[in-house]
Design a protein around this ligand. Structure first.
Ligand SMILES: [Zn+2]
Length: 91
């Protein structure tokens, strides 16, 4: 008897696979990596946007230099996402 393995759907590519662990949500390490990298990037973009927004609305403390820095950081994150090609695949 081989444990109670369950079929699960990969959260990254949607392929069905047998879960090796109860926490298995991905068919493989590459899918897990891709998923979390994208999640992290998505979060980083949102945080950068928030910071940018806060500075714009802010209390007048943002210097032009800070604003430039924030928009450059955002551009870098977006660029990296486009290189991987997976970033655009949002639901
Ligand atoms: Zn997968």
């Amino acid at each position: 008897m081989i444990g109670r393995r369950q079929m699960a759907k990969c959260r990254e590519c949607g392929k069905e696979f047998y879960q090796k662990t109860t926490r298995g949500e991905f068919c493989g390490d590459s899918c897990r990596g891709a998923y979390w990298r994208r999640q992290y990037r998505q979060q980083a973009v949102e945080e950068a946007e928030e910071r940018l927004q806060a500075r714009r609305n802010g209390n007048g403390h943002a210097t032009p230099e800070q604003r430039k820095e924030a928009s450059e950081a955002l551009a870098k994150i977006v660029q990296r996402g486009q290189v991987s090609g997976q970033f655009r695949r949002r639901i």
